[in-house]
Design a protein around this ligand. Sequence first.
Ligand SMILES: Nc1ncnc2c1ncn2[C@@H]1O[C@H](COP(=O)(O)OP(=O)(O)OP(=O)(O)O)[C@@H](O)[C@H]1O
Ligand SMILES: [Mg+2]
Length: 423
Amino acid sequence: MKVLVIGSGGREHSIVKACLQSQIVGEVIAVPGNGGISQDALCYSGDIADNSAIVSFAQEKKIDFVIVGPEIPLCNGLVDALDEVGIIAYGPNKVAAQLEGSKSFTKRFLQKYNIPTALGKSFTEVKEAISYLDTQKFPIVIKASGLAAGKGVIIAQDKNEAQKVVTNMLIGNAFGASGSEVLIEKFLDGEEASITLIVSGKNFINLPASQDHKRIGEGDSGLNTGGMGAYAPAKVVTPELFQKIKEKIITPTLDGLQNDGIDFKGTLYIGIMITNDGPSVLEFNVRFGDPETQVLLPLLETDPIKLMHDCANGTLNPVDVKIKDKSAMVVVIAANGYPENYLKGDEINLPDDDTLDNVQIIHAGTKVNEQGKLVTNGGRVLGITALADNLEEAATAAYSVCEKVEFNSKYFRKDIGHRQLKN
Ligand SMILES: Nc1ncnc2c1ncn2[C@@H]1O[C@H](COP(=O)(O)OP(=O)(O)OP(=O)(O)O)[C@@H](O)[C@H]1O
Ligand SMILES: [Mg+2]
């Protein structure tokens, strides 16, 4: 089978690596890929937001199966466009992708089916949003409803700040069309965890629960980022808690989708806040997390590409899935200054892959420059991923490779996994 992977981040590099190990994949190519992906697969430039260009490319290259990594092409209906010409693709169609593409849509869906989530209300008019704020307690959470690359959620500490945020979004065009509708919701306290499912209609496979580290600084301080590291399984999701999540969140969500005539096929990533009153849905994403993918795919004993292909085909059989009894950690190495300003173009020296035991060097913001040198090309540069018998060993293995990576602006958090490792 000839596979095309769409995207250019760490998530897509992990997917490409899984393709190389898959029995069902004969060849894998990527659009547009990155510096690391280009060492593992042929990469072609292309605009992943242009459905017809991707469809023609897939036809020209005689692709059998497309794996769509990021949310933008999913929300744009790339899977529907491929389906129209008979090319199977992994990921939800445009209607189903609204679960990520519109936080207001999702809030209405959750409320309709009594699925636990923070009390919230959507607004398109600034006057109405501001009078609603007059009746609320603070801190409060304000979200641009549309896609905002992880930057569209602001926790406002007081009314004054909240008024400024909604005004900036609704009138100031702070997030463009994505902020033309805002969701204002109650602030929830608790520990966060992520549940990743591969869903095919009523059937689903649940991958190990994971925990991400969104803030740039140690001890979860400083600005929000796309994610500075992750680990799985996250023990905070005990088997009892998972049962509750299944009963109160997963089952009613999948039933609700069916009831609304939405045929969901692909990844359903559920961001959960574990509150004193139980688990509550913070958000849905409709693609694998980045960097969570880097820890989840290596934990699968079953071929993840086969699962994605079965899912897209509508033949997913949850009984067949085997998860390794191991722990995985990814530590993201960023360029100093990220998530604000940072330099690109730093030359990168990496330890030889063959010397690494159970560690994968996953590329995110890298490229091979005109001189053929590997250089930094983004805020999050690499993800060092280790698989071991337990989380302590995974951390030791990942961090020992982090120390060996060389580039001038290198920065990484030294406390990935701290919530679980301290226990
Ligand atoms: N109601 C809430 N109460 C407290 N914190 C919240 C709430 N909603 C969101 N957050 C915080 O903001 C973060 C981002 O929110 P959310 O997941 O909705 O946004 P996102 O931009 O879609 O994130 P991602 O980039 O992970 O898809 C959450 O991980 C959580 O830390
Ligand atoms: Mg999201």
